[in-house]
Design a protein around this ligand. Sequence first.
Ligand code: NAD
Ligand code: LMR
Length: 328
Amino acid sequence: MSTPVKVAVTGAAGQIGYSLLFRIASGSLLGPDTPVQLRLLEITPALKALEGVVMELDDCAFPLLSGVEIGDDANVVFDGANIALLVGARPRSKGMERGDLLEANGAIFKPQGAALNAHAADDIKVLVTGNPANTNALIAKSNAPDIPAERFNALTRLDHNRALAQLAAKTGTTVNDIRHLTIWGNHSATQYPDVFHAEVNGQNASELVDQAWLESTFIPTVQQRGAAIIEARGASSAASAANATVDHMRDWVLGTPEGDWVSMSVPSDGSYGIAEGIITSFPCTTSGGDYSIVQGLEINEFSQARIDASVAELQEEREAVRSLGLVD
Ligand code: NAD
Ligand code: LMR
């Protein structure tokens, strides 16, 4: 067996953590031959609950789990981390303005970015799931100047998976029959699920569904899915969010399937005319632990307007956190 990979998870005693940790420890993240050490960060009042989760991890007797460290100090927990899954975040409470939410999350992601910068391993890869995920990732990235910017990603894989499921149901196929679907933009209600390059069993998806379904059903359903789950469950998506977090990081480390791409929120390099530096969702392929933004796709007018709207929202969020002194 190889040396254990150190996987840090924040918000580890939360809902998503309760699914995520067991998936990581069972080998779903890095495969059946890679041992992992979990390094779990929580706020002090949640450490006792986290101890209970660790007891359950022990009780699973996972062969790949080489150890578990827990704590409330990011400088200790992130020490030597190869992978960081930043899940813990401040949720929006009643009456809270967006600016207050960004400020509250800045108080979490600024020091966590600095702690990763100071203590993580040289090959660290960071994925932010905690909302507002794209801008939280931007804050962490901006406070970690020694870590290459492209190592900071945010999660839009859940949106990608939701779009796959909706398109498969509509076309009477399975998710395995679909390729080249893309989520563009922010993990928010402005995100744009794009089927114009998608193929269902080799046929262009936009020829299989009508424009009215796209505009009135598919796009709003994917955009509002998180809210629909909160409405139904009384709590935000957890198992599916943990699953998507695993999918994103596994593909980043181990590679995307031949002939397909996935949606990843990554720092824009200016591709498709999108403002450089914001962390926004693109179609990406990965290989050897690196990702590339898929280039050269034709973007029609309908798609362009929707991508522009979501990117504009991310630029506004960047301005807001800039004015709070959280990013450069
Ligand atoms: P939760 O409230 O059940 O758990 C969050 C945990 O984070 C809590 O245990 C809390 O104590 C901890 N925490 C808070 N501040 C922390 C800090 N500074 N350091 C370490 N831990 C801290 O929430 P959840 O359901 O697990 O969701 C977590 C986040 O993921 C939320 O922001 C949620 O909106 C987001 N989310 C994102 C997606 C996505 O697709 N990007 C999907 C679902 C949920
Ligand atoms: C989701 O997409 O399920 C979550 O981001 C919703 C939320 O607000 O936590």
